[in-house]
Design a protein around this ligand. Structure first.
Ligand code: XIL
Length: 366
């Protein structure tokens, strides 16, 4: 295991005496380091937090790319048919413009964000999706990459060639991407985003295969698809074998001529392995970040976003998604991100900074 940046006992003691502002200027920002390496670091933004100065300050300081955690989703924007509410998405967009942060668009089609006015047991026909896609894509032409389709590979193995959710077929997805290509400005990347590919279980390997097959089909069909997002909601017991499996997966996608991104990174310690000690939890998570980022960078992935930036607002602390539900004593150990609840940078921050610092420069950003 490598030493993690400034993470030592003396550093912790010293930093406890300093205010956040003092410490944050003492550390280089991830944004600065990432930029110097031709790479992007960013986070999913909670629109309702942008008015909080401490939150806004860390995002502006560390991110050169961002994504809205929820407020670009179809069910949020068009909760009533034909009535688009862009208030919160506009807020995210203007924050990013103000701070010169590139923006990803997440997501145009996801089984979990089909609006209530549509049946949710099937993906809607193209004619019903088109007005929504047109409205949001044309409102935000500066989005650098759209997650056009999110999580369409089914959790359950239904034995079909492509194993797609609801009534999706490869032809249906081809038409969605062609529509996105037609509606986009030709500059935004068109991405497919999914999860459950990060390990080496047979379930993971099957999902990897389904995804590579689907991506190959979409490339062959001239859809304009340009990348794949590995969501990266990870457990910390990721083994070397898992990382090796990821390497092969990333290479298979890149051989199709597509870019690969990490779009929703966060780490959790598996329930039965959680040490009841915040510092130890933070070290384990920091180490996992560093190994994962080192792997990504060495495989040519140069855009990494975490799903949130502070543990205060992580989705993993919401009752719906808390993986330690039923064990309230474990709640304080849900610490998947780079900053803690008081907006203090954690060991994971230093680990990410170190990975960006040590990686060779990728291409220069324009
Ligand atoms: C999650 C948000 O974080 C939650 O706040 C919301 O309630 C549900 O969606 N994969 C995705 C994201 O692609 O859109 C999900 O975001 C997390 C899993």
């Amino acid at each position: 295991m490598r030493m993690l940046g400034c993470f030592s006992l003396s550093c912790v003691a010293l930093s406890a005496q300093q205010s956040w502002a003092q410490r944050s200027t003492a550390r280089r920002s991830i944004r600065q380091v990432a930029r110097a390496k031709g790479r992007l670091y960013g986070a999913a933004l909670a629109a309702e937090y942008l008015d909080q100065p401490e939150y806004a300050a860390i995002v502006a300081r560390d991110c050169n790319i961002a994504v809205a955690e929820n407020v670009f989703k179809w069910g949020w924007v068009e909760s009533q048919q034909g009535n688009f509410n862009f208030e919160l998405s506009d807020k995210v967009v203007s924050f990013c413009q103000q701070h010169n942060i590139a923006l990803r668009g997440h997501c145009l089609l996801w089984h979990s964000s089909i609006p209530d006015w549509l049946p949710r047991d099937a993906f809607p026909p193209l004619e019903l999706i088109e007005p929504w896609m047109r409205a949001i894509m044309q409102r935000y032409p500066n989005v650098v990459a759209w997650d056009v389709v999110n999580e369409v590979i089914d959790d359950q193995d239904n034995g079909k060639t492509y194993n797609l959710r609801l009534n999706a077929t490869p032809e249906y997805l081809r038409d969605i991407y062609r529509l996105a290509k037609r509606l986009s400005n030709g500059k935004s990347e068109l991405v497919y985003n999914d999860y459950g590919t990060e390990g080496s279980s047979s379930w993971n390997l099957k999902r990897q295969k389904y995804i590579v097959d689907l991506l190959k089909y979409l490339v062959d069909q001239d859809t304009g698809i340009s990348g794949f997002g590995i969501q990266s909601h990870l457990r910390t017991n990721i083994s070397e074998v898992d990382l090796d499996s990821m390497r092969l997966f990333i290479r298979a996608i890149r051989r199709l001529g597509l870019r690969v991104y990490a779009t929703e990174l966060d780490f959790l310690i598996p329930f039965e392995m959680v040490p009841r000690d915040v510092d130890r939890v933070d070290r384990i998570i920091a180490d996992a970040y560093q190994r994962y980022l080192d792997m990504l960078f060495s495989e040519g992935v140069d855009v990494v976003l975490t799903w949130g930036i502070t543990d205060k607002s992580t989705w993993l602390r919401s009752p719906e998604y808390n993986p330690y539900n039923g064990h309230p004593e474990l709640f304080p150990f849900i610490r998947p991100l780079l900053y803690d609840e008081q907006y203090q940078p954690k060991a994971a921050y230093d680990a990410v900074l170190q990975s960006f610092s040590e990686t060779p420069a990728a291409k220069q950003l324009s």
